[in-house]
Design a protein around this ligand. Structure first.
Ligand code: GSH
Length: 247
């Protein structure tokens, strides 16, 4: 075979390769790995972690940005300077959302993936009841009243009386959760819902305190539920767990 025909064959192969490359780009669009969602949060944020866990449970690729909530830049994202904030880039605009309940529901409803909310109206109402219960009662008692002073407040001496009072109330609240978990492994129905996603960071942080450790011994259903949540990929790969050094 002459030199010219070898060159020609090489040229044809290169040409076909280039066409295949272009076809691959068309047939397998970059959306397979494209990241359209940005979550603005901080590693120790309860409500930020809820959004992170929901995104992973749903299988939505996202970019995470740790923010300084006191910065002017963040004030422009969130009118009250809080986290989380979610941006969803659409073809012609970016949809921005704050408030964890709105964000978690949007993640479930706007993306494909396993449903995080039951379809049945009564189960869905129970889920909403639990989400609001976590936000209105459990978070103030367990997170603000116990986990925050024990785990996150630096040199300021803790108000032991306030922590003791919160611990008594936390016991009552855990008894309520324990009853809900009596006949099932999940707060609502027979699978994970947003109710579990909202409860997780609150019980997770509580379990790291001496008060929480003691309380959970009396509530084995809650302890077992927590262990189930802690084994999930969505929990192992997010929040402090994901961003702490050497983990
Ligand atoms: N209602 C809001 C509460 C958000 C909230 O309080 N976030 C906390 C963190 S969990 C926060 O931004 N704190 C201010 C800060 O960390 O600087 C929601 O559910 O999204």
């Amino acid at each position: 075979m002459g030199r010219g025909s070898t060159e020609r064959r090489r040229g044809i192969l290169l040409y076909i390769g280039r066409i295949l490359g272009i076809l691959t780009m068309i047939v397998i669009p970059s959306s397979a790995t494209r990241v359209d969602v940005t979550l603005y949060t901080r590693p120790i944020s309860t409500f930020g972690l809820i959004a992170e866990v929901a995104l992973v449970e749903k299988g939505v690729p996202f970019e995470l940005i740790d923010v300084d909530t006191t910065s002017e830049e963040h004030r422009e994202r969130h009118p009250f300077g809080k986290i989380p904030v979610l941006d969803h880039r659409l073809s012609d605009s970016t949809f921005r959302l704050f408030e964890s309940v709105a964000i978690a529901r949007y993640i479930d409803e706007a993306f494909a993936g396993p449903a995080l909310q039951p379809a049945d109206p009564r189960a869905r109402a129970s889920m909403t009841q639990w989400i609001l219960t976590v936000k209105a009662y459990l978070f103030p008692t367990m997170s603000e009243g116990i986990s925050k002073p024990r785990l996150f407040v630096g040199d300021v001496p803790a108000d032991e009386q306030a922590i003791a009072a919160a611990t008594v109330e936390a016991g009552r609240q855990l008894a309520l959760v324990e009853r809900a978990l009596e006949s099932t492994s999940w707060l609502v129905g027979d699978g994970l819902t947003l109710a579990d996603v909202f409860l997780f960071p609150v019980l997770g942080a509580l379990s790291l305190t001496p008060e929480g450790e003691r309380l959970l011994v009396s509530y084995p259903g809650c302890a077992a539920w927590l262990a189930t949540m802690q084994a999930r990929e969505s929990v192992r790969t997010t929040g402090v767990a994901a961003r702490a050094p050497n983990t």
